[in-house]
Design a protein around this ligand. Sequence first.
Ligand code: FAD
Length: 488
Amino acid sequence: MSNKINKLVILGGGTAGWMAAAMISKTLTKLDITLVESDQIGTIGVGEATIPSLHFFNDILGLNSTEFTKQTSGTFKLGIQFENWHKQDASYFHGFGSTGLGMWAANFHEYWKRGLDLGISKPFSRYNFEAQAALDNKFAHQANGVNFAYHLDASLYAKMLKQESIKNGVTRIEGMVNQVHTDPMNGNITSLELKDGQKIEGDLFIDCSGFKGLLIDETLKTPFTDWSHWLPMDRAIAVQTKLTNSPAPYTRSIAHHAGWQWRIPLQHRMGNGIVYSSQYMNDDEAKSMLLSSIEGETLTEPRVIKFKTGHRTQLWNKNCIAMGLAGGFIEPLESTAIHIIQQGIMQLIQYFPSNDINELQVAEYNDYMCRDYNEIKDFIILHYCQTEREDSPFWKFCKNMNIPDSLKARMELFKKTGRFVQKRNEIFVDSWLQVMIGQGLVPDVHHPIADELTEPALANFLKQIENDIQAKVQQMPTHGEYLKSISK
Ligand code: FAD
C-alpha cells in the first residue's frame, strides 16, 4: 500500500513558515500545502541580516536581486565589522568573499603570515575586496565577483514569500491552534485543531511555530541539545530608529561588558539591538545601555526577547520537521538563522519521502542539520573564547571557558601549523580565517611554499593585491548612490 505524502501542513507564518511554503510549493507542485498562522500571536519581528547563501534560495524562487532589495527596503551587506571583540578599542572586518590570492597548495594567509614576519604585510582585511569596499562605503552589483548579502525588513520578505506561495496554490488559514492530535499507534501527528474547532489534517507537518515549538516540543517532546554553557547569551532587546546617515553596506557588531550590540541599516530605518547574558547584566541595565547608545529617533518600543542556545536533538521527529526558531537558535552574531532555515528546507526537499517516511532518510536529514548547527556553534564560540578581554566577569568567563573539542582542535591546528581544513559542506571557510586572525589567533608558522617567493617578489605580490582591490573600490559608486539608482 502506498503511503505517499499528499498533504503538507506548515504551522507558522514567520520567515521560516513562508520560506518553506514558497520553496516547497515551487518545487513539489503536486503537494497540497496548507499554512496556518495566528495574527493574534504574530511573529518574532527581528531577523534582518543575512549571509550570501540567500541568493541561491531567491534565485530558485525567481526573485531578482534589485527587485528584492526594493521590495524588502533592503540594503546590501558586504560583511560585519567587529568592534571591541579581540580587545577594547580594536576592530576587524569579516568580509564576504575570499581574502587575497591563494593557490592549490596553500591559502593566501600562508603568504600573508610570512609577510607579517618580514614586516611587509598589512592587516589581513586590506586584502579582502568586500571589506575594503564596505569600509569605503561603496557598493555595486556589477563590481567583478562581489560577494554580498542583504539587510532586509523580514516582515516585507515574508510578505513577498506569502504572495509567491499563494500564487503557487498554498492555502493560508488564519487561526490559533489550540490542540494537536496524534495517532495513538505510532505517535505521528494527524491534525491541528483551531480554537474555532476547525481541524486541519496532514501527512507531514512542518513546525515553524517559533520558540514555543508547539509540535516538535510541546507535542512530540523532542529533547533539546542545550549549548548555554558555551554560549550563555539568553536575552536580546531590539529597537528601531530613524536613519541619521546614509546606510552603510555592512553590519556593526559592538561588544560590551556582558555581550554585544548590533546595528543593521535598512533603507528607511536602523535596526538596533543588544544581546546579553542575564547572568551578567539585568534587563533594565541592558535597556538603558541600548537606548543611550543609539542614534536617531526611536520608532518602536524596546522589547526583551528571551532565548536559549541550542537545537532540537532531532530536527525531524516522526512526521514533523522543525524549522526556524522551533528547530533551534544560535544568537545572531553571524546572521545565520535564515541560512539554517534555508538549509532545512532544501534538505527536506532533497530527502522528501517518495512513499513512507524512511527512518534512514530521517537520520541522514538530522545528521546533516546537526552538523550545520554544530559548525555555526563552534564558529560563534570562537568570537568569544579567542579574546584578550578580561575587563569584566563575562569576558573572564569567555576567555577561560572550556570549549568544544572540535573547536579546540581547529584552533590548535591553525595556531601550530597554519593549516585550515574545510569540512564537508561547511558554509564558512574564508570567514573562519578572517575571524581567527581578527581575534588575534595568528599561526606560529607559514607553509614552506611561501618561501618559494623571494622577499621582493612577496612584497610585490602583496602590494599588487592591495592595489588591485583599491583600484576596483575607487570605481564603485557609494552604497547610498547605488541604492538611489536602483530605486528609480
Ligand atoms: P516566528 O517569527 O516567531 O513565527 C512563528 C509563527 O508561528 C507566527 O506566524 C505565529 O503566529 C505562529 N504560531 C505560533 N503558535 C501558533 C499557534 N498556536 N497557532 C497558530 N499559529 C501559531 N536571523 C537572521 O538570519 N539574521 C538576523 O539578523 C537575526 N537576528 C535575530 C535577532 C534576535 C534577537 C532573534 C531572537 C532572532 C534573530 N534571527 C535572525 C532569527 C530570525 O528572527 C528567525 O529565525 C526568523 O524570524 C524565523 O522565525 P520563525 O518563523 O521561526 O518564528
